[in-house]
Design a protein around this ligand. Structure first.
Ligand SMILES: Nc1ncnc2c1ncn2[C@@H]1O[C@H](COP(=O)(O)OP(=O)(O)O)[C@@H](O)[C@H]1O
Ligand SMILES: [Mg+2]
Length: 221
């Protein structure tokens, strides 16, 4: 298999009683396994919607989508849930941590849903934690952490299963230069070591430029 993603959207429509909004018109995307892609574009153009579709969170659009060689719109709900847990790492802007659990348990949460027969290996917890510099907060609860710390924890949780595809929505938005660099280098490391495919939505030109391919999303009818 060469293409991990073959997406052809005719349109995505958001509708309410008063208005109808059509976005991602005639948007096509083919991604090879192991590519690193940045998605840029103005606010409201549909970047987060695109990530939701790519990450199997939204099937409500006109178009076709092949992921890992399978028709994504024909997957059973349990199959797509399994893929979201094991094959796709999702770093969402509003990803929530569980406040009653420690940071360590939050990061390890996806491992709980792994069934005993699943052979896929997870990435090394200690390695992730030290690379992104959160050793000192492992025993803390989310409410005791800063915004930048929490966004690094969300990132760690998204990659703990060593997913084949990582989708990031503004992963560095609330981070200073040093921590931004930690996230980017970890993405690169995963890409090099495991040939992980990475798609990053970003407003940060410096972050975008570190990816090998940049896609500009624009409004068109
Ligand atoms: N659930 C929704 N219902 C109605 N409109 C929505 C919904 N989600 C997003 N939109 C609209 O769709 C457009 C694209 O949103 P989004 O994908 O979040 O853009 P971006 O991430 O590029 O800023 C925006 O105009 C937004 O207001
Ligand atoms: Mg967005």
């Amino acid at each position: 298999m060469t293409n991990i993603i073959e997406l052809a959207i005719q349109e995505k429509v958001y509708k309410n009683k008063r208005a109808r909004l059509s976005i991602l018109n005639n948007f096509n995307l083919e991604v090879n396994t192991g590519e690193m892609i940045a998605v840029v574009g103005k606010s409201g153009v549909g970047k987060s919607t695109l990530l939701n579709i790519l990450g199997l969170l939204d099937r409500n659009y006109n178009g076709s989508y092949k992921l890992f060689g399978a028709d994504a719109n024909k997957l059973s709900l349990s199959q797509s849930a399994k893929w979201r847990n094991q094959k796709i790492g999702f770093v969402l802007q509003e990803s929530a941590l569980i406040n009653s659990l420690s940071i360590e348990d939050n990061i390890k949460l996806p491992l709980l849903y792994k069934s005993p027969g699943d052979s896929q290996r997870s990435t090394d917890f200690e390695n992730i934690v030290s690379t992104i510099g959160i050793e000192h907060i492992l025993k803390k609860k989310p409410l005791e952490c800063s915004g930048g710390e929490k966004s690094r924890v969300v990132f760690a949780r998204a990659i703990i299963m060593n997913p084949q595809l990582i989708l990031c929505d503004e992963p560095t938005a609330s981070l200073d230069g040093e921590n931004k660099e930690r996230i980017i280098s970890l993405l690169f490391k995963m890409n090099q070591e495991f040939n992980t495919t990475i798609i990053t939505v970003t407003h940060d030109q410096e972050v975008a430029d570190r990816h090998k391919r940049i896609i500009l999303l624009e409004r068109r009818m």
